[in-house]
Ligand binder design. Structure first.
Ligand code: NAD
Ligand code: FE2
Length: 430
């Protein structure tokens, strides 16, 4: 049995936070009304060029203008934001502001950019003052932010409900985040109709992000295994708990029903709606419980991408999309964590692949379900297929070790050697 985490002075309290939510086809046609309720007059719509080309951001800005609001579209978001792209977006917002509110229309890249812009125009200092330690200084915003309405167009990150902004710090070749309750959007508007135009490759990668959010939060160390905290020490990620479990389990059921269909038949409204709901549910789960090894390993894979160009991500440079980078080490990671929480791994496998024949070794149930799905939806067959070799493993391990906030959420302790094994076993998945 792998060592399970425990504490001498165990925590007894868990927390749960989420924004108000509007869900359903047509929900994005009501944003003008919602902004009126927030008292906003000047509104910046934040998006990326690919989403701008779908016409959704212009349609939403037009709706606001029709209600007498002063709305402008910023479409300069970088797909998978960097410290440089966030600074440029903040500079645009400063020069064209002041703004009363922000509306992010897009995937995690647009929503996270709007969070960073909002932080930078309402608080002093530099982005790195707020980036998680050890990469940045990990400071807390002293002032409240402006209202942000987050309107996801991918079915993936759950960024519309989380307190997190993920960015690539170029000089350090590392992906990391800013995390603070003040970053949480004031309202999440989830309109599955906006996700119909998502290309198959984006649906596959973003869907693996949902799946890993659900699986990692479901298998995260239980909240009472942490040290007891004082109220001012509480962080958004408190470990798995009865409320986050409920969201994660529901998300897994929806993914089992509709993930493959959404990739193969993007016009299926039923599958798109299920995926949008799964993304939201998993966001509610992981946004409170936390994620662990696959996300910690994903950040160096994405941060050190050299020449891999994923299908369906036009106009971007070399990139391993977030969901893809998370998925690649997930089978090996869940094989590694199995012994720390066998029942949870088995239940997750049963929810994801109901009716599948149980393998001889129970530790293989969840990895097998993941591998079947990844092949089915056309993901690359391992870390080697996105441009890495065994010689990169020490570098990848060093990058993953920087994600201590995430590794601390693993149900069992993780050493550098464990991570090296996980990366090596993820080089060729099939
Ligand atoms: N804040 C959080 O809680 C959180 C959680 C997980 C991931 N992330 C971050 O989010 C980013 C990834 O976000 P994502 O996976 O949602 O994708 P994305 O925002 O990076 O978009 C991916 C691609 O899909 C296109 N696209 C998006 N919606 C479309 C639509 N409806 N029709 C046509 N094209 C569309 C975009 O133009 C882009 O080319 C990463 O930077 C990741 O680190 C954030
Ligand atoms: Fe993620």
């Amino acid at each position: 049995m792998r060592e399970v985490r425990s504490s001498a002075n165990p925590e007894a309290v868990f927390t749960y936070g989420a924004p108000p939510l509007k869900f359903g086809p047509g929900a994005s046609a009501e944003i003008g009304y919602d902004l009126g309720q927030l008292g906003a007059r000047r509104v910046l719509v934040v998006t990326d060029p690919g989403v701008a080309a779908t016409g959704h951001p212009a349609r939403i800005a037009g709706q606001l203008a029709g209600l007498g609001l002063d709305a402008r579209v910023y479409d300069g978001v970088h797909v998978e934001p960097t410290d440089r792209s966030l600074a440029a977006a903040a500079e645009y917002a400063r020069a064209s502001g002041p703004w009363d509110a922000f509306v992010a229309v897009g995937g995690g890249s647009s929503i996270d950019t709007a969070k960073a812009v909002n932080l930078m125009v309402t608080n002093p200092g530099d982005l790195m003052d707020y980036v998680n330690v050890p990469v940045g200084k990990g400071g807390a915003p002293a002032h409240p932010l402006k209202p942000l309405i987050a309107v996801p167009t991918t079915t993936g990150t759950g960024a519309e409900s989380t307190t997190i902004c993920v960015l690539d710090v170029l000089a350090q070749q590392v992906k990391t985040g800013i995390s603070h309750p003040r970053l949480r959007p004031a309202l999440a508007v989830i309109d599955p109709e906006l996700t119909l135009s998502q290309p198959a490759g984006v649906t596959a990668a973003a869907g693996m992000d949902i799946l890993c959010h659900a699986l990692e939060s479901y298998t995260a160390r239980w909240y009472t295994t942490y040290e007891h905290k004082r109220p001012e020490e509480r962080v958004p990620y408190c470990g798995s708990n009865p409320v986050s479990d409920m969201w994660s389990e529901k998300a897994l059921g929806l993914l089992a029903r509709s993930f493959t269909t959404a990739v193969r038949d993007g016009g299926s409204r039923q599958a798109r709606s299920d995926m949008a709901m799964a993304a939201t549910f998993a966001g509610m789960g992981f946004g409170n419980a936390g994620v662990h090894i696959p996300h910690a390993c994903a950040y160096p894979i994405a941060g050190r991408a050299r020449d891999f160009r994923p299908p369906d991500y036009p106009g971007t440079g070399p990139l391993v999309p977030h969901g893809m980078s998370v998925a690649l080490t997930a089978p090996a990671a869940f094989r590694f964590t199995f012994a720390a929480a066998p029942d949870r791994h088995l239940r997750a496998a049963a929810l994801l692949a109901p009716g599948a024949d149980p393998p001889a070794d129970p530790a293989e149930a969840l990895p097998a379900a993941l591998l079947r799905l990844m092949r089915d939806i056309g993901l690359p067959g391992g870390v080697a297929a996105v441009g890495f070799t065994e010689a990169d493993v020490p570098d990848l391990v060093a990058g993953a070790l920087q994600q201590q906030r995430l590794l601390a959420t693993s149900p069992c302790p993780v050493t550098a050697e464990d991570l090296a094994g996980i990366f090596s076993r993820s080089m060729e998945l099939w």
